[in-house]
Design a protein around this ligand. Structure first.
Ligand code: SIN
Length: 539
């Protein structure tokens, strides 16, 4: 049963569209633009403000082959190496090959990637890349992309954009292989009403689940909502144990972690332990520009060996004028927090950054639940494998969004008849129990700490099993609360995070090997044959 709060009688469907898009980052907005151009009625729903997305926070940029000194094959090989044997090579090849065309579309929308004096792109370099290939807008690439896409959306009167509408659950119809999507219940955040949307197609572009961890570079919205919703509706979730830890977030005394882009190491920054040693050459031939999993584990190992709460990042060989120009946001934020990039070593630690697994899709963003699509960090196409190559995520989002729009058009043409089928009604049980409400805030903290302590960079079976027991207890309490009281965004996010935490652990326990970002001391070797981990519910 997807949802224990439904009464099976005809519901007043408040709104009806061909396509609903959940989330307003690069994946959702790119897809919405393409879908409306194909003549569909489209609504975008976002749980906060339209610009509150993970995309907005992306610093590094978008990886694509645009330089004569680079080539597609090199980008493919870098992606495959980082993915540690688990990437789907066909998918990698198609996405990388499509990159330059999709990048050009962003340029056509008005995006101004940084250029050299000779007007060639000023390409950045990041870990695991064998060439300079990161198109960037200084260290605010995500924001520039988000702004350009939102401007384009505002020019499309046929796209309805709803802010502060929180998708609760997908509505499906039929049984077994005939199950298909029929719509969505969504919470109107400001007044607590639940609205029923009818739509034959839903695109999940809700981003990742970094906030399931105590320390994360992600914004607060990254609570894995789309993954949890898709799971409850019976879609396959794949390879969710691969949570990427970014090696360098600024260490502060509170829970907040500010990302220091890998592009800073791309411009020569060096990691040092507290003894001042540049330690990365001891771990990998590419030293500070080794793939992310290797750098994050090396930092973890240095910190454990010395008992230090952080390592240092050193870019003091660059002067202030250069750093202010190339990394304006990082420079300014560090300054506000008391660090001068040109003079001071920065204390840095790894933090949860990117969800490499997710809702399983093909190259067209189709999941195995008919009518349900997923694109961006919420999805698992097979591009990232066991460890995403830096800046490949924005690339994946634009390529899949493009292909999904064509697939959706074919799907809608075949399923026009869905509009007449009944939809079960949502029941509002009303009220909150203030005495029990404390369970929610307490459970938020406990869940994130459990994930950080037991399902982090270095794993053991024993710790994973401990985490499984704790999360199961939390999930029971949260579910009781969900069943008996009115829903609100905090409760819905917590419910989703608890589900995602359970799925991460379940996938991690399936993987009896170390591969990519999944490092487990009981199984230090990588198996010869790479297989996917999978979870699904039977609604
Ligand atoms: C970064 O700027 O280091 C992050 C880029 C990414 O995660 O792809």
């Amino acid at each position: 049963m997807i949802n224990s709060r439904l009464r099976f009688r005809f519901s007043d469907v408040s709104k009806s569209f061909d396509v609903l898009v959940l989330g307003s980052g690069i994946a959702g907005l790119s897809f919405a633009l393409k879908a409306v151009q194909q003549g569909h009625t489209v609504a975008i729903l976002t749980k906060k403000n339209k610009a509150d997305s993970n995309t907005n926070w992306a610093q590094g940029g978008i990886a694509a082959v645009t330089s004569p000194e680079d080539d597609i094959e090199k980008h493919v090989q870098d992606t495959l190496i980082a993915g540690d044997g688990l990437c789907r090579e066909k998918i990698v090849r198609e996405i990388v090959a499509d990159g330059p065309a999709r990048v050009q579309e962003l340029v056509d929308l008005g995006l101004k990637f940084a250029r050299e004096a000779n007007s060639e792109y000023d390409l950045g370099r990041e870990g695991g890349h064998s060439a300079r290939r990161i198109l960037h807008v200084k260290d605010m690439t995500g924001k520039a992309i988000e702004d350009a896409l939102l401007r384009a959306i505002s020019r499309e009167p046929k796209i309805a954009l709803y802010e502060h509408l929180f998708g609760i659950d997908l509505i499906t119809i039929g049984q077994g292989k005939n199950r298909r999507l029929q719509g969505l219940y969504a919470l109107e955040v400001h007044d607590g009403r639940v609205i029923t949307f009818r739509a034959p197609v839903i695109m999940l572009s809700t981003g990742g689940a970094g906030r399931v961890y105590q320390f994360s570079t992600n914004p607060e919205i990254a609570t894995g909502d789309g993954i949890a919703m898709a799971f409850r509706a019976g879609a396959e979730i794949r390879n969710l144990e691969f949570i990427q830890f970014h090696p360098t977030s600024l260490f502060t005394q509170n829970n907040k972690r500010f990302l220091i882009s890998e592009a800073v190491r791309g411009e020569g920054a060096v990691l040092r332990n507290l003894a001042g040693e540049a330690f990365m050459p001891r771990y990998h031939a590419q030293a500070d520009l080794a793939p992310r999993d290797i750098v994050a584990r090396a930092i973890d190992s240095e910190m454990k060996a010395s008992g230090a709460p952080h390592v240092w990042l050193d870019i003091t060989h660059r002067n202030a004028t250069y750093l202010r120009k190339r990394f304006p946001k990082i420079y300014r934020t560090c300054k506000e927090l008391g660090f001068d990039l040109a003079k001071d070593l920065l204390p840095v630690v790894p933090a949860a950054h990117y969800t490499c697994g997710g809702v399983a899709t093909n190259l067209s963003g189709e999941t195995d639940l008919r009518g349900l699509y997923a694109c961006g960090e919420v999805a698992c196409t097979g591009l990232h494998g066991a460890n995403r190559l830096a800046s490949n995520s924005l690339l994946e989002a634009v390529v899949i969004a493009h292909r999904a729009a064509n697939s959706v058009t074919r799907y809608i043409a075949k399923h026009r008849n869905l509009a007449s089928k009944p939809i079960p009604e949502w029941i509002d049980l009303g009220g909150t129990d203030e005495d029990e409400r404390v369970v929610i805030s307490h459970n938020w903290d406990e869940l994130r700490r459990t994930m950080w302590d037991y399902v982090g960079i270095m794993r053991t079976t024993k710790r994973l099993e401990r985490a499984r027991t704790r999360i199961a207890n939390l999930e029971r309490e949260i579910h009781d609360y969900y069943r008996n009281f009115s829903v609100d965004p905090e409760l819905l996010e917590l419910r989703n995070m608890a589900t995602v935490a359970r799925l991460v652990i379940s996938c991690a326990l399936q993987r009896t090997e170390s591969r990519g970002i999944h490092a487990i001391t009981d199984f230090p070797k990588t198996r010869k044959r790479a297989t996917d981990s999978r979870v699904r519910s039977s609604p």
